[in-house]
Design a protein around this ligand. Structure first.
Ligand SMILES: Cc1cc2nc3c(=O)[nH]c(=O)nc-3n(C[C@H](O)[C@H](O)[C@H](O)COP(=O)(O)OP(=O)(O)OC[C@H]3O[C@@H](n4cnc5c(N)ncnc54)[C@H](O)[C@@H]3O)c2cc1C
Length: 363
């Protein structure tokens, strides 16, 4: 492998590299645009004995006001290759490709499998990390495998979809192997001429009575719905600076659910807030718990608050610091726990904070 001179920036501000728009400076920052850039970057960090954090589009992170005490590597590896396999098409995309552009390219090529994931900000390389999902589709359903470089050894690895350990907003990359890899490319298995996936309530409603709905119509429908909820990062949506859903939807046992249901009913309740799982457990709407704990849409404390359009989105209304966000999130978490006995775990990745910030010791 040829090595290339590294462009390391020192004391680099990262706030504007995130959609939340908060965070301090980091001592070292570099952007990799090919696999050849990675090993020198790893060597740089090793020679200084500093940790590495891999950044994509910065749409699922909250970086502390003190920054991250090491090297931030932004992944800008591009590339797009496709190969037909029967009725399927295998598409391999560089980790630094923009997710929305990737979805557009697949949809306009007539490849089915990611159309409901339109409008999710970020990069292709981050898509397997939390197994992004929306409107009835999870990216794990379309991922054939993930190529990565192991940070400690610099060696290349390939994980098949099964080996990625996908679950609800989880994979090995944000659980058992967090911080272990730099993902360089993702391979998707999509269907040529497949019919779009219309399984989600709001999409069903949008296309009720319409025959032969196309992939592009579903993509555009998803974008419209997302826009109405402040879930887009693009021109015209600058007022909604967030990192997406702040908390995961919690999963509780059937017995706990019955107790929580009684408490929720007492507050007036919400429509469609609990979904039974095959395991017997029940997934709850974190948004409903937050609302019933007294945090209405649009409520705010200083520069941080709940989005006026979506209860699960915490917003930087302008000028917020990372500690303002953590304080507000902690308040929400405590109130939900006090009222309903449910601990809301963050969906976003906290970077540069002390261990267990907004987490529980037994997690
Ligand atoms: C308005 C808004 C709406 C959103 N809607 C949704 C939604 O509907 N569904 C959903 O699932 N998510 C949603 N998100 C969250 C976010 O868009 C996704 O998690 C996205 O995949 C993050 O991509 P990113 O490139 O910005 O990753 P970053 O935020 O930069 O990083 C996220 C995590 O992935 C890791 N990572 C990133 N790239 C790599 C790589 N190449 N190798 C190894 N690790 C890497 C980082 O270290 C970090 O832990 C939303 C966010 C916003 C702001």
């Amino acid at each position: 492998m040829n090595t290339v001179p590294l462009d390391i920036k020192e004391n680099h501000p990262v706030r504007d590299l995130t959609t939340f728009g908060v965070g301090g400076t980091v001592p070292f920052f570099t952007e990799v645009v090919s696999e050849n850039d990675i090993v020198p970057a790893l060597d740089f960090a090793k020679s200084r004995n500093i940790p590495i954090f891999v950044l994509g589009g910065g749409s699922n992170v909250l970086i502390s006001d003190e920054g991250f005490p090491g090297l931030v590597i932004r992944n800008g590896i591009k590339g797009f290759k496709s190969q037909t396999e029967g009725d399927d098409i295998l598409v391999c995309a560089g980790a630094g490709e923009d997710w929305q552009q990737f979805v557009d390219r697949c949809v306009s090529s007539g490849w089915q499998g990611v159309e409901c994931l339109a409008g999710i900000p970020g990069t292709v390389g981050a898509s397997p990390v939390q197994n992004i999902g929306a409107y009835g589709q999870d990216v794990s359903q379309a991922i054939a495998g993930v190529s990565a470089i192991e940070i400690t050894t610099g060696g290349s690895v390939f994980h098949s979809g099964e080996e990625c350990g996908f679950g609800y907003r989880t994979s090995i990359f944000n659980s058992t192997s967090v911080g272990r890899y730099i993902i360089t490319a993702v391979t998707f298995r999509l269907r040529k001429n497949g019919r779009p996936s219309i399984q989600y309530g709001e999409l069903n409603k949008l296309f009720e009575g319409i025959q032969d709905v196309t992939l592009a119509q579903v993509r555009d429908g998803v974008i419209t719905i997302r826009g109405s909820k402040g879930l887009l990062v693009r021109e015209g949506h600058e007022a909604f600076k967030s990192a997406g859903s702040f908390f995961r939807n919690p999963i509780v046992t059937a017995e706990s659910f019955r107790q929580i249901e009684a408490l929720i009913d007492r507050t007036g309740g919400c429509a469609n807030w609990a979904w039974p799982l095959d395991s017997g457990d029940v997934k709850l709407s974190a948004a409903c718990l937050i609302q019933c704990a007294g945090f209405a849409r649009g409520c705010r404390k200083g520069n941080v608050g709940i989005s006026p359009k979506h209860t699960l989105i915490l917003i930087n209304y302008g000028g917020a610091t990372a500690s303002d966000v953590v304080d507000f999130a902690g308040e929400v978490q405590r109130k939900v726990n006090d009222d309903f006995g449910v601990f809301l775990r963050p969906e976003i990745r906290l970077v540069g904070f002390p261990p267990l910030c907004l987490e529980k010791a037994d997690d």
